[in-house]
Design a protein around this ligand. Structure first.
Ligand code: PMP
Length: 353
């Protein structure tokens, strides 16, 4: 069998994996535990039946972008949408990173930031967070000074720790960075503040968001960023033509009509998150403060991997981060419905007993 070698710089690369196991309670990928409203599903089906399938979709997704812009009080030319926020970040990195350029991350953080940057051929400068996983501004200055990154990534709330970056830290990073600062707000709706309010055509700052979590639309693959119009115009040149299909544009546009229902889901999930956190505080685990729809925790009396296995025996699947760099023994649980959370907490209590 002839095997053609991949690019030299990709040889050592590992893919991004999240094991999918058939279980009763699935709390491992930070999705919404409930589907979108039935009214959305009906409106979507009805509009789908009227699509002219022999025609390409609206290439610039004008109505969708306008709807997103209205939601955030910005202009449509400050919004770029793509197939999940992962594709948004990939497009940004294809446009601004690449060989000879450096991208900065502060670890531990969302693995795809460094991963996609490497795929474009860029060098990744990995800064370290403090032991409590908060940003260390002296380290930020050191990394920015030595690496001069074209893109600096922040993630608020940060995945997988759940911690929010503070507004003053984000402002400090924007002031120090020589290039673009990205605040990945995939979990932004669960947090106490958003960097969206800082967006300005004169500031090289972008905020990325997704329909995968609060909008209950992970199956649709839709995400976007808000940033300066000059940057959005460059991304529009790099993205493939007609990348957002007709169905997705309809799905996203209609979802925006159900912002109140989305907000109600966020309230429910935040309340459940606090309930889980309160119970974790009574168990032999150290849990990190979360502004997201998941909680990172570290069992004190047992290896994380054994706890993860034990939960699986109870048909509860969470994310095993125990083997990840800097996250020794850590596990991450997504907030589910109250029944799912009860099942998780009961199983965890038994496993730790
Ligand atoms: N950013 C972060 C921090 C995430 O956790 C995720 C989803 N795991 C994404 C981006 C990507 O989300 P999507 O591509 O579904 O929009």
């Amino acid at each position: 069998m002839t095997v053609i070698p991949v690019r030299d710089d990709l040889k050592a690369l590992e893919g991004y994996h999240s094991p999918q196991v058939d279980v009763r309670v699935r709390l491992n990928t930070n999705e919404s535990p409930v589907p979108p409203p039935a009214a959305w599903r009906d409106a979507f089906a009805s509009e789908l039946s009227r699509v002219e399938w022999h025609r390409y979709p609206d290439r610039s997704a004008t109505e969708l972008r306008t709807g997103i812009a209205e939601l955030h009080g910005v202009r449509a030319d400050q919004v770029f949408a793509a197939n999940g926020s992962n594709e948004v970040l990939q497009t940004l990195l294809l446009t601004y990173a690449g060989p000879g350029r450096t991208v900065a991350t502060f670890e531990p953080t969302y693995q795809l930031h460094g991963h996609i940057a490497r795929l474009t051929g860029a060098t990744v400068a990995e800064g370290e967070r403090a032991a409590d996983f908060r940003l260390d501004l002296a380290e930020v200055d050191r990394v920015i000074e030595s690496a001069q990154p074209i893109i600096t990534f922040l993630c608020s709330p940060n995945n997988p720790t759940g911690l929010e970056e503070s507004e003053s830290d984000v402002r400090a990073v924007v002031a120090a960075a020589p290039g673009i600062v990205v605040v990945d707000e995939a979990y932004g709706q669960f947090a106490s503040w958003s960097a969206l309010g800082l967006i300005d055509d004169d500031l090289p700052l972008v905020v990325s968001r997704t329909f995968s979590k609060t909008w209950s639309m992970a199956g649709s693959r839709l995400g976007y960023l808000v940033g300066p119009a000059w940057l959005v115009a460059e991304l529009d040149k790099v993205i493939l033509p007609y990348h957002l299909d007709s169905a997705k544009q309809i799905a996203g546009r209609l979802a925006l009509r159900y912002a109140d229902e989305m907000e109600a889901r966020v309230q429910m999930i935040v309340a459940e998150r606090e309930r889980i956190a309160a119970t974790l505080a009574t168990l032999p685990v150290d849990a990190f403060e979360s502004g997201a729809n998941f909680i990172l925790f570290r069992p004190r009396t047992m290896p994380g991997r054994r706890v993860w296995d034990g939960l699986l025996q109870h048909s509860v699947l969470i994310r095993d981060c125990s083997g990840w760099d800097r996250l020794e023994n850590c596990l991450r649980v997504t907030v589910g419905t109250s029944e799912e959370n009860d099942a998780f907490l009961a199983a965890l209590t038994e496993v730790l007993a």
